[in-house]
Design a binder for this molecule. Structure first.
Ligand SMILES: NC(=O)C1=CN([C@@H]2O[C@H](COP(=O)(O)OP(=O)(O)OC[C@H]3O[C@@H](n4cnc5c(N)ncnc54)[C@H](OP(=O)(O)O)[C@@H]3O)[C@@H](O)[C@H]2O)C=CC1
Ligand SMILES: O=C(CO)COP(=O)(O)O
Length: 339
């Protein structure tokens, strides 16, 4: 039986791990919270991250990375962006003692501030230098809460190696979870990461009582600036942004109450402080981290991303939301389709 090590025992890691255990794989979750690991092993629940939900009883959890990786053919990273590099370094040390090279899958959506690197770039750098083909990213419109209920879900599965993308497609697919392969790894990751920033903006508009036109305008212009960053800086294929990891994920994250990024934005729009919102969310809000990397890129490479830059100023420079909205609506006239 194929063993899959799932690194991250939060909402998405637990649901993906349980879904894969339902298919008969040997699943070991790696989590850094001993209480959560114990709860998964003993009562097969993870109440903090997935309320009133049952984890497949064959899935186990451990705080020992060696134990999680032992014999694993697939290593699935489902950690917050901020934890990826340090855990990847530990994974690399453990794999150095092995002859085989397990396939690495990432479900994390983010860009690392400072390095401005995507998750696949960090994993390649830390684990398989010069072998990007061993990395596969899964990304698209998918909330843990929906997949836990076996709601119909379709996402992208991207790698520079079509063979490895197809392998992961086969491993993860079931009758309610469908994956489409994509060879634009970079584009899929940029789209998945930056939509979280736009989702914060979508939440802010709701918190400020703006309506449907505002939401539609934000999502469309948000996609335009995500595409601009992806194509101009990362060299992504523009078509990727019309796909599941692009417009698909943008729609779900900007409209669903399950989105932590959207909920964060809504509370900011209602006047709460970022510190208060993040402390009370109890789960990761990736857009709040990724917007720092996006801001660095905009400054360095002169990329025009007015929505993301406004979100950066609201989150980290104390900017007033109403003034930012007024400023955005008053920008000089622009042509719609431009990269
Ligand atoms: N939730 C979802 O529906 C989806 C999430 N994603 C992406 O998946 C990634 C993970 O999100 P999600 O599961 O929701 O996040 P959660 O906030 O629900 O869980 C994060 C988990 O990571 C753990 N963790 C943090 N740092 C470390 C570390 N250094 N070592 C080991 N474990 C660590 C946390 O542990 P602790 O309890 O100790 O904090 C927690 O268990 C994000 O990039 C997100 O964007 C993608 C699609 C859907
Ligand atoms: O990526 C996601 C949905 O596809 C999860 O979004 P949130 O992190 O905003 O909950």
């Amino acid at each position: 039986m194929t063993k899959i090590a799932v690194l991250g025992a939060g909402s998405w890691g637990t649901v993906l791990g349980s879904m894969l255990a339902d298919k008969g794989y040997d699943i070991v979750l790696y989590g850094n919270n001993e209480k959560v690991n114990q709860e998964i092993n003993e009562s097969h629940t993870n109440e903090h991250y997935m309320k009133n939900w049952h984890v497949n009883e064959t899935a186990t959890a451990t705080g020992d990375l060696n134990e999680a990786l032992s014999g694993a053919e697939i290593i699935l990273f489902v950690l917050p962006t901020q934890a990826i590099r340090s855990v990847a370094q530990n994974v690399s040390k453990i794999l150095a003692q092995r002859k085989d090279k397990p396939l690495i899958v990432t479900a994390t959506k983010g860009i690392e501030p400072g390095s401005k690197k995507l998750i696949s770039e960090i994993l390649t750098e830390e684990i398989y230098p010069n072998d990007e083909d061993k990395i596969v990213a899964i990304s698209g419109p998918s909330h843990a809460e929906s997949v836990a209920q076996k709601d119909l879900t379709a996402i992208s599965c991207a790698s520079t190696s079509m063979k490895n993308a197809q392998k992961v497609q086969g491993l993860f697919s079931n009758d309610y979870f469908r994956l489409y392969t994509n060879n634009d790894l970079i584009g899929v990751e940029v789209a998945g990461a930056v939509k979280n920033v736009i989702a914060i903006a979508a939440g802010i508009l709701v918190g400020k009582h703006y309506g449907d036109d505002a939401k539609a305008a934000l999502m469309t212009r948000g996609l335009a600036e995500i595409t601009r960053l992806g194509v101009n800086y990362f060299g992504a294929d523009p078509m990727t942004f019309s796909g599941l990891s692009g417009i698909g994920d943008l729609i779900v994250t900007c409209t669903s109450v399950n989105s932590r990024n959207w909920r964060c934005g809504k509370q900011l729009g209602e006047g709460k402080s970022l510190d208060y919102v993040l402390q009370n969310m109890g789960q990761v809000v990736e857009g709040a981290t990724t917007v720092k990397a996006v801001h660095e890129l905009c400054q360095e490479k002169q990329i025009d991303m007015p929505i993301s830059e406004a979100i950066y100023r609201v989150l980290y420079q104390n900017a007033d939301v109403d003034s930012e909205i007024a400023q955005m609506m008053g920008r000089s006239p622009k042509q719609e389709i431009r990269l």
